[in-house]
Design a protein. Structure first.
Length: 671
């Protein structure tokens, strides 16, 4: 067995987990959809069949005021139990175990009825919470216990109490948000009383044969957060109060430090779990950016933790554990930490899914059933869209031949993976390549598809997933060799100088600024990354913060956009702020409201809000999107065969792998 420690059972005394893998809590959006619990049951069932040891649901509120949003799910009344039974029954039928997470949003509630320890507004929500009276505090403790009892009645094997990430319990624990002067505030003993009383009340209600996980904030990453001694003291009190397992919580949602994005090093925070492991006697769970069985195995084998929590990796691949057990980790569809289809969807009030696995949370709707009419299909382009389509179509029984003009597969992902912090994109290329082999997709590299080949080889249909080229600007001097495209830079075709202007401030422009400003990726150097973001492994101050050590920029960079709106406004909701922070660290000059005039020996001539400027730069890099090569489409249509467009050739705006891969999947189902 390749992963003996990861796949070893964990005995909790009254029950046993079949391995050390926890599927961490994720809110999918199905919880609030009409008929969503049936879809949720199918979602969790596949993960249980996939071998995960224990599943934790998305957060369920213990009362009305604790909801994250006005329509968010809660479990407070007996009549709400039935829909949860559909989930627990499905998981148990698949041989799995599942816990329900109880989450009270506190001041993070996105509604005017939110409550918190004190009347202190959160920086990430528009509503100021009402301060809880002592009576309301005690009533909320009872609500937690009641919700846990109902969860047991619904068939859950246990509950997880969300005590981290800056939600209500975390708000009580920290003086940052707790300015009370009664028995629930002031000293640490008083501030810690709320979570401890919750656990005592729950254990009293559910008995001894029920899993209680507490998600403890071990590293707040905010000013006036907990000290290490307070983390340890609370952990010991929770153990005494009856907690079965302690899960690691990292960072408040309002912290200005990334904790789960793709640029965060793998297992970047397992050291803090290891540190607490010396202090308590119950199992601990390590979490955050653990996305391969190799990383997970090392954490357990080195005794940093007793279990590992992986949430998004189970969006990417429901069979993660089974594949690891069969020594097939090369076939795992690895989570790349992009957040584009999961967390970005959650915060946009949309159903979550996965960029690399569009079937996630669509298990009852997006299925690749065998075709009754196999076809021979030619695919032009082996980028994300072309590879995704070819795999799904071949799974259904079609004979697929992929033509790629270049010497390697990957398309735009081959460029993206060169950006510091986006090394995970290598994993998607690896996965698609392995799946093409497994499903016997014929791949012809260094080969262009043309009409004669289509006609000579008797194809039935053609799929075009290629034909995107960088957009060029027709301005005086822009034919100069010093004016280049982002592709030319990333492929090494050209080298740029010390002073560079980047035209276009979308995702490509931000990526190029990062690429040109940072010669070595800190993502591949965890200790360097921790220092860059001001995280203290010595934990000498509250919240685990120290002065950030920003890297010196490699070049003098100018990032320019025509629009007068905020720079990076179109970036991902949960990752855009990270990209803006990195560019500030590199001292990138960001100019909005720019009109481009010409390029000559003096540099780039521009107007900024009508005022003329000359940027004395060595090079101009065009990052202003791309265009479709429509001539390819016209040539293929001349064959008279059905022609389908997916990916950038269909919509050549900003690069959108999420849309491209999903288009490939949906087209494969339709043929």
């Amino acid at each position: 067995m390749s992963f003996p420690h990861l796949l070893e059972p964990l005995d909790l005394g009254f029950t046993q987990l079949k391995n050390r893998v926890l599927m961490g809590s994720m809110h999918t959006g199905l919880e609030e959809e009409k008929g969503g619990f049936e879809k949720l049951a199918a979602f969790y069932k596949e993960r249980a069949l996939g071998g995960v040891g224990l599943i934790v649901t998305g957060g369920i509120s213990p009362n009305l005021r604790g909801r994250l949003t006005p329509n968010a799910c809660q479990l407070s009344f007996p009549w709400q139990v039935a829909k949860h039974k559909s989930v627990t029954n499905a998981v148990h039928q698949a041989g799995g175990k599942i816990c329900m997470q109880i989450l009270h949003a506190g001041r993070y509630g996105y509604h005017p009825f939110s409550q918190a320890p004190s009347k202190i507004k959160s920086p990430i929500t528009p509503f100021t919470p009402s301060p809880m009276s002592s009576r309301q505090v005690r009533s909320t403790i009872k609500d937690y216990a009641n919700s846990a009892a109902l969860a047991k009645k619904a068939g859950y094997d246990g509950i997880e109490v969300m005590g981290s990430e800056g939600y209500l319990i975390n708000q009580f624990i920290c003086s940052r948000t707790n300015q009370r002067t009664d028995e629930w505030g002031g000293s640490f003993e008083n501030r810690a009383k709320f979570p401890v009383e919750i656990i005592k009340a729950i254990r009293n209600k559910v008995g001894s044969d029920f899993i209680i996980i507490f998600r403890l904030s071990m590293l707040d990453l905010v000013d006036k957060g907990s000290t290490w001694d307070e983390v340890v003291a609370l952990a010991k009190q929770l153990e005494q109060a009856g907690v079965s397992i302690i899960n690691t919580g990292i960072g408040w949602h309002e912290a200005r430090i990334p904790t789960i994005a793709t640029s965060v090093p793998r297992a970047a925070f397992s050291w803090v779990t290891e540190r607490l492991k010396q202090e308590v006697n119950i199992p601990l769970i390590a979490t955050n950016r653990i996305n391969t069985p190799e990383i997970a195995e090392n954490i357990i084998a080195s005794k940093q933790a007793d279990m590992v929590s992986m949430a998004r990796p189970f969006l990417a691949d429901a069979e993660f554990v089974n594949k690891a057990a069969m020594d097939q980790s090369h076939l795992i569809n690895t989570c790349i930490g992009c957040n584009q289809a999961c967390l970005d969807h959650t915060f946009a009030m949309k159903r979550s899914t996965c960029l690399v696995n569009p079937r996630a949370c669509y298990e009852t709707e997006l299925n690749f059933t065998p075709t009754t009419k196999p076809k021979r299909i030619a695919v032009m382009g082996a980028g994300p869209a072309g590879m995704a389509f070819s795999i799904y179509a071949a799974t259904r029984g079609h004979k697929v031949v992929v033509f790629e003009a270049k010497s390697e597969v990957g398309g735009q992902f081959n460029l993206a993976r060169k950006i510091p912090g986006k090394e995970e994109f290598n994993e998607t290329i690896r996965y698609f390549t392995e799946q093409m082999k497994l499903n016997q997709v014929e791949l012809r590299l260094n080969t262009r598809l043309d009409a004669s080949v289509v006609n000579d080889e008797a194809f039935d249909e053609v799929v075009i997933a290629a034909g995107v080229v960088p957009r060029k600007l027709d301005l005086p001097g822009f034919n100069d060799p010093k004016v280049v495209t982002y592709q030319q830079v990333l492929t090494g075709e050209v080298e740029v100088g010390h002073r560079v202007a980047l035209i276009g401030a979308g995702g490509i422009g931000f990526d190029m600024a990062h690429y040109l400003g940072e010669s070595e990726s800190s993502t591949l150097q965890p200790d360097k990354w921790l220092k860059q973001w001001g995280i203290d492994k010595n934990y000498s101050d509250r919240g685990g913060l120290i002065q950030a050590d920003h890297q010196q920029a490699e070049r003098q960079l100018y990032l320019l956009q025509r629009k007068t709106s905020k720079m990076g406004k179109g970036l991902g909701k949960t990752t855009g702020w990270i990209h803006r922070s990195v560019l500030k660290q590199h001292n990138v000059n960001m100019l909005t409201g720019v009109s481009y005039e010409k390029f000559d020996h003096q540099g780039l001539h521009i107007l900024v809000n009508g005022e003329p400027q000359i940027l004395a730069v060595d090079n101009v890099v065009l990052c202003a999107g791309q265009e479709s090569n429509r001539s390819l489409v016209d040539e293929m249509k001349s064959t008279g065969l059905p022609v389908h467009l997916i990916g950038g050739v269909d919509v050549a705006a900003e690069l959108d792998a999420k849309r491209a891969i999903r288009q490939g999947a949906e087209l494969a189902i339709s043929l």
